[in-house]
Design a binder for this molecule. Structure first.
Ligand code: ZN
Length: 354
């Protein structure tokens, strides 16, 4: 395989310790083994270590307040003794600065209590913070940016084999197992490195709400997503519908293609083709693929039914755009098929680019 793979072992520092879903601590599926399985599948590929990046590379897509919070959330939690009393070994929010709390002109204050602070930045209870979460999340973003640098330096395609995933993280909030938006950071680097217009195409089974939010008013970053219909009862539930098409200068630069639960190769690949044609017609000069493989039939996290052949065909379609291409790992939770499905997409991209 000729696609260069960017890797960081620092992902292992993030042990989510499960999720709190409907108030119950469950084992969760965003496990360190995910990245290890993919890496093992790609053992013969060229591997490049993720390079450290300055804060400015993260500030291109995130608020400083979010970065500051994430960098000290765990130490604040520990300093407040919450890991001993009541004995919660991960940062879990309990109150949220919901917009309905505030009258016009009243802004949320930074809460004094560590137990409350998470609710200023988290939008769900499933995205827990432990001792190594910040370092791992930062390493994932740095890997995606490194992949962008490799493509800017002339690699036809580079794949960032990362976790935690990123496409649910917005400019100022985290959730959906995501802390920093890796794909958005890669797109920002492609832009600052000279690409006039960048397309981020998200083929994860779930809507890339974070990436959409970050670039919603930006006409130079086209954001397209094909995903299971949130209106049919799927994460992120509150948005991700076809009517969300961008705003202000970014009007028309966002595209959502929600699919019915149970959709398989044909409607899904139609979606990938439509997004690719849309990106080409929109003048994209570089491509970021938010590469989740949880649309697979056997994945426990989504009701889509895409096959291995479907993933390969999607890769080919994306490769046929002929653009410098950064692929960033998002979801995919069936440990036995995760690696092979990623390989199908990467080999498809190679075939398409050739
Ligand atoms: Zn997903």
């Amino acid at each position: 395989m000729s696609v260069v793979v960017v890797w960081t072992g620092r992902h292992r520092l993030h042990e989510p310790g499960g999720e709190v879903w409907v108030g119950v601590r469950t084992p969760g599926t965003e496990l360190p083994e995910r990245a290890e399985r993919i890496r093992a599948e790609l053992a013969g590929a060229r591997i490049v270590e993720a390079r450290e990046q300055p804060d400015s590379a993260l500030l291109a897509v995130h608020d400083g307040a979010l970065l500051d919070y994430l960098s000290r959330a765990w130490s604040d939690w520990q300093a407040a003794g919450l890991d001993r009393d009541p004995g919660q070994d991960r940062v879990v929010p309990y109150i949220f600065s919901h917009p309905g709390l505030f009258s016009a002109g009243v802004a949320p204050v930074d809460p004094a209590a560590a137990s409350a602070r998470a609710g200023r930045f988290a939008y769900d209870t499933m995205t827990l913070i432990g001792p190594g979460t910040w370092e791992a999340a930062r390493a994932a973003a740095e890997a995606a940016i490194t992949a962008a640098d490799l493509v800017l330096a002339g690699e036809p395609a580079a794949y960032a084999c990362v976790r935690p995933p990123g496409h649910h993280a917005t400019r100022g909030a985290f959730g959906g197992s995501c802390y920093l938006n890796n794909a958005a950071a890669a797109a920002a680097r492609l832009r600052s490195g000279g690409a006039g217009r960048v397309a981020v195409l998200d083929i994860d089974a779930h809507h890339g709400n974070g990436t959409q939010a970050i670039f919603y008013e930006d006409r130079e970053v086209l954001v397209g997503s094909v995903h299971v219909d949130p209106a049919a009862g799927w994460f992120p539930h509150f948005l991700g519908l076809a009517g969300e098409t961008g705003a202000a200068a970014g009007a028309g630069a966002n595209r959502n293609l929600p699919l019915a639960p149970g959709s398989g190769d044909e409607p899904w690949l139609d979606g990938v083709r439509l997004l690719s044609e849309w990106a080409a017609a929109g003048g994209a000069e570089a491509l970021v693929v938010a590469l989740g493989v949880d649309a697979a039939g056997g994945d426990p996290q989504s009701p889509l039914e895409v096959t291995a052949a479907g993933f390969r065909a999607a890769g080919r379609t994306l490769g046929e755009l002929g653009l410098p291409t950064v692929l960033v790992q998002e979801g995919g939770y069936d440990l036995d098929t995760l690696g092979p499905l990623v390989r199908e997409v990467l080999e498809g991209v190679e075939e398409g680019l050739a």
